[in-house]
Design a protein around this ligand. Sequence first.
Ligand code: 5GP
Length: 230
Amino acid sequence: MISAPSGSGKSTLVNQMRSLVGNLDFSISYTTRAPRGSETDGREYHFISRDKFEDMVQEGEFLEHAEVFGNYYGTCRGSLAHAFTEGKDLLLDIDVQGASQVRSRMPDAVSIFIMPPSPDILATRLRNRSRAEGSVQDEVIARRLANARREIENYREYGYILVNDVLDRAVEEMAAIVVAERLSRNHGAVSEEDKELIAKAESCRQRNSEARIRPVLQAFGVVNAEAAPV
Ligand code: 5GP
């Protein structure tokens, strides 16, 4: 499971990581929000009506679902079953509420939280994205920043934390986490190269990331400068 505030560069990071690591399926969520820009039904999302979404909830078709920015989003159980039969791992791009639901149903699920480096950089990315979509509304940017802060407050629920300041590094770290988690479940022989990947993944565990994420938390006002250790 990968969660990140809107504008953290999550899609780019995940796409690049998938070019490094094989056997990964990407779960295409269902949503009631309208397609944006070049988004196509069945590629980025399955775009459905609220009525259809509510029917699917009633039928128990979702592994998790949540309301985000006024729209429903959900992960269909079928995606997981399909990945399982293909012998692949399934990547979920879901918000903190969805991740929490999956965690309670599947305690072994791996979760990664991506932090933007600072509120200033996030604001610039959000503005650039809005500009590309045709309009920059300061109140929308402000709302997304406030929302990012609320999401970041939940970072402790995640097993791994990545700070997306240098894209290549974050891509390598995410790839290392996937490989290291597979190795730990397979209990097979571990090569020297694997050991390096395991060490890299370990450095991203939440409990080992304190020094790295502290300035980010401070910049977002999630902890203040004088606060006790994270
Ligand atoms: P966007 O509309 O910008 O594509 O996504 C908005 C938010 O919804 C993001 O935080 C994204 O991770 C989250 N999201 C996308 N799909 C799902 C889903 O299936 N379940 C949940 N809980 N959140 C999702």
